[in-house]
Design a protein around this ligand. Structure first.
Ligand code: ZN
Length: 162
């Protein structure tokens, strides 16, 4: 177990959000298609750099906004679902669950490498994406990244990426 770092930065802003449609599905149960105005917060742990920062706030905000924008105004589908059949056919995406079938324009959906589009699994996905985006900008995070995803105010799921 790595030693906990003493410093961390936390960002939570009105513009760190995405509006998206989804439904939770598991064997024998499916929610109706519906949407949320998701809000995202990010906490990054690390050592204090020579400039006196763990990480510049503006970098955390930029990267998080970039990642959120990719999910904005999409229908989010869990590509690894164990109960949905998801098939891309030309410009359409067909989704089947038991006797129900959806057909979406492919450009309106985002297939995510997760099993369910719960706030918990979205938080884990976003933490990975934020870490990857930071690495692409040459910033390696040594400490943990924690992402919070709120479906509605006061209802937040967190994932801590070690
Ligand atoms: Zn929902």
């Amino acid at each position: 177990m790595p030693e906990a770092k003493k410093f961390r930065v936390y960002v939570s802003k009105d513009y760190l959000k995405f509006n998206a449609a989804h439904f939770i599905a598991y064997k024998g149960f499916r929610e109706a298609l519906h949407g949320h105005n998701y809000r995202v917060s990010v906490e990054i742990e690390g050592e204090l750099g020579e400039q006196g920062y763990v990480l510049d706030f503006s970098i955390v905000k930029d990267v998080t906004r970039r990642v959120c924008d990719r999910l904005d105004e999409r229908t989010l589908l869990p590509a690894q679902s164990d109960c949905l059949s998801i098939e891309t056919r030309g410009a359409q995406v067909l989704v089947r669950f038991e006797d129900d079938e959806f057909c979406f324009p492919a450009k309106d959906v985002l297939l995510l490498p997760i099993v369910h589009t719960s706030a918990e699994e979205l938080a884990r996905y976003l933490a990975g994406e934020i870490r990857r985006e930071l690495a692409r900008d040459g910033i390696m995070i040594q400490g943990t990244i924690e992402v919070g995803v709120a479906e509605t105010p006061g209802q937040v799921a967190y994932y801590r990426d070690p």
